[in-house]
Design a protein around this ligand. Structure first.
Ligand code: GN1
Ligand code: MG
Length: 360
């Protein structure tokens, strides 16, 4: 799809609109993302409009990314960290008619996949997210601000679910009766989460918080990992967020939008590859408490996403864009099925984790 973008935005970055081709890209639910091609030299850039109803503090994002970029520049100068480029006025964002825009470099010879089709891709992507955490192991995460307060706070997400439930109409509650029951059945995941607390063995780290496959850039020929993108939720968190969201999004062949639940299964070979890739970077850094939470990370993230979709359905679909009326309910069903599958395979998966941890 070719589009026009207000020329002021292009000019803010020193582009001449006559020379720029614009195409919408990406499959994220939150921000609008465009590929810009400078027709005079073939150079590509990624232009993004930030969704400020989700990201209410755009400057927190810009400051976090800049602080981390400066740290990496000094400590890991060869690492590719696609931080936003500055406007001609040296700003990290451009404010136009109340909307924030950013321009990112386009990382050459890479692809962002929407789905994984080999276990090696799981290895490579997990390695990249693990690498970012490893490189930031010595960075004091309290220097960063949360860009979404309580983003992966399971207690908050459960509270939001209960509030939505108390306010939903009888019709909506009837429609989601089974999923509401399932949400309460899995409450022990919340109990375990609450017991973790915060201590030296379960530290805050800089986490990416959105480790889906399309946020890992792979070499377009070899499919080797190159770097990660989408740094809006780079903020203090727990390691279970990143590894858990990889389990949520890499292990099943089909996405959260799949309605045929018989297709929601765990690919054990992808799990093994993902753990191998992640631990190749983080194996020597994770504490023993964290190592004991590897499988829990998947339960935690899948449960949280199921709750978030269900909550949004109960709230009348105000957060996640939907293509049809009950899509958020279907997404919640999908995620609960995935969670059941993970639990069903727990013993085998834990054995794979244990084997991988042996030499770490
Ligand atoms: C949102 O926009 P996208 O796809 O990167 C959401 C994630 C969810 C995901 C589910 C800021 O991410 O937390 O896991 O949808 N991001 C935000 O598809 O809420
Ligand atoms: Mg995202």
């Amino acid at each position: 799809m070719e589009l026009t973008i207000d020329e002021n935005i292009l000019e803010a970055y020193g582009f001449n609109k006559e020379n720029i081709n614009i195409q919408q890209i990406g499959s994220g639910l939150i921000n609008g993302t465009y590929l810009l091609t400078n027709l005079s030299n073939g150079e590509h850039f990624v232009l993004q409009q930030l969704n400020t109803s989700v990201f209410t503090n755009p400057w927190a994002i810009a400051n976090n990314i800049e602080t981390v970029a400066n740290f990496l520049k000094i400590n890991s100068p060869d690492y590719i960290f696609p931080a936003p480029l500055h406007t001609t006025n040296r700003e990290a964002m451009y404010l136009h008619e109340g909307k924030y825009w950013r321009l990112m470099p386009f990382v050459k010879s890479t692809v962002a996949l929407d789905t994984l089709s080999t276990a090696k891709q799981a290895f490579e992507a997990a390695k990249q997210f693990g690498k970012l955490s490893r490189l930031l192991d010595n960075f004091n995460s309290s220097k960063l601000e949360p860009t979404i307060v309580g983003f992966h706070d399971l207690e908050l997400r459960f509270e939001q679910f209960k509030t939505a439930l108390s306010q939903a109409s009888v019709t909506v509650k009837d429609q989601a009766a089974k999923e509401i029951e399932t949400a309460f059945e899995f409450e022990p995941i919340l109990t375990q989460y609450l017991q973790l607390g915060s201590n030296a063995d379960f530290p805050n780290r800089v986490m990416h918080h959105d480790t889906k496959i399309s946020n890992a850039l792979l070499d377009k020929e070899t499919f080797e990992g190159v770097c990660v993108i989408d740094l809006d939720t780079l903020m203090p968190g727990k390691f279970i967020s990143d590894l858990g969201d990889m389990m949520r999004t890499y292990l099943c062949e089909f996405s959260e939008n799949e309605r045929d639940l018989s297709k929601i299964n765990i690919r054990v070979d992808y799990f093994a590859a993902m753990i191998k890739g992640y631990l190749s970077e983080m194996g020597s850094i994770l504490t023993s408490t964290e190592k004991g939470l590897i499988l829990f990370s998947g339960k935690y993230m899948i449960y949280m996403q199921a709750l978030r979709f269900l909550t949004d359905f109960l709230n009348g679909n105000i957060y996640y864009p939907t293509a049809y009326a009950d899509q958020n309910l279907d997404r919640a069903k999908n995620q609960f099925k995935l969670l059941e599958e993970l639990v069903k395979n727990e013993e085998q998966l834990q054995q794979l984790v244990d084997a991988e941890l042996l030499d770490k």
